[in-house]
Design a protein around this ligand. Sequence first.
Ligand SMILES: NC(=O)c1ccc[n+]([C@@H]2O[C@H](COP(=O)([O-])OP(=O)(O)OC[C@H]3O[C@@H](n4cnc5c(N)ncnc54)[C@H](O)[C@@H]3O)[C@@H](O)[C@H]2O)c1
Length: 255
Amino acid sequence: MAMLDNKIGLVLGVANKRSIAWACAKACAAEGARMAFTYQAERLKETVDELAGTLNDSLVVPCDVSEQETLDAAIDAVKQRYGRLDFIVHSIAFAPKEALEGEFVNTSRDAFRMALEISAYSLTQVARAALPLMTEGGSIVTMSYYGAEKVVMNYNVMGVAKSALESSTRYLAADLGKDNIRVNAISAGPINTLSARGVRGMGSLLGYVGERSPLKRNVTADEVGNTALFLISDLASGITGETIYVDCGYHIMGI
Ligand SMILES: NC(=O)c1ccc[n+]([C@@H]2O[C@H](COP(=O)([O-])OP(=O)(O)OC[C@H]3O[C@@H](n4cnc5c(N)ncnc54)[C@H](O)[C@@H]3O)[C@@H](O)[C@H]2O)c1
């Protein structure tokens, strides 16, 4: 029997085949999971449809977390189709481009609010909306980054949002543990995706981290996907509220 046979998932954050969310979905599908996918905007629908179409019994629904009614409709569609939910991959983030370059001190109120709302609050928002469907326990996994705890040039307000996301992971884990729902974050090393390209200087960051990490390379989206599979599976049944680094060891290095 495969690790996720009879498990139903909701995957938020597939934009294209390079998305970390897609790597997570591939790993889970290989272990028997069936999944619903959300796309944020109409321009992404065709790509998400195509990717999800390669998997068994998938569902594709719109959801922009800044519009609560779209999330409610997505959860409703999952309920109609599958009747319940066992896991969630939350792999979404956004900050205005001008907030991801230059000095953090110049972050506008609007950019701060938007980054925190979409990149951090949405985890709590999605967990609450999905809770009635997670009747048999489950696992929620979100994506963080090292900029949550150390200053990374140009990452700026997204670092603050990731701090809030990791803290939210712990608070949610404490709340939802009684329902046998585990909540964990993966702190992934830099990967060349659509969102990553929005951070100024991403190319040189990849080079820097690749040279200095213990494994002397950058992590791949598939490695992050495999860790998400582990956290979702029963192999991680004793782990909750944790942030697991999948960064080729970069975060352990001092000088
Ligand atoms: N790529 C990296 O280097 C890296 C490293 C660590 C963590 N992460 C995190 O991984 C997650 C996935 O990013 P990615 O690198 O795969 O890039 P990506 O661009 O493929 O995925 C980001 C997703 O967020 C979605 N999104 C943005 N605003 C949204 C909204 N309002 N409602 C719903 N969805 C919205 C986008 O549609 C997109 O699908 C993000 O949280 C990111 O911060 C990325």
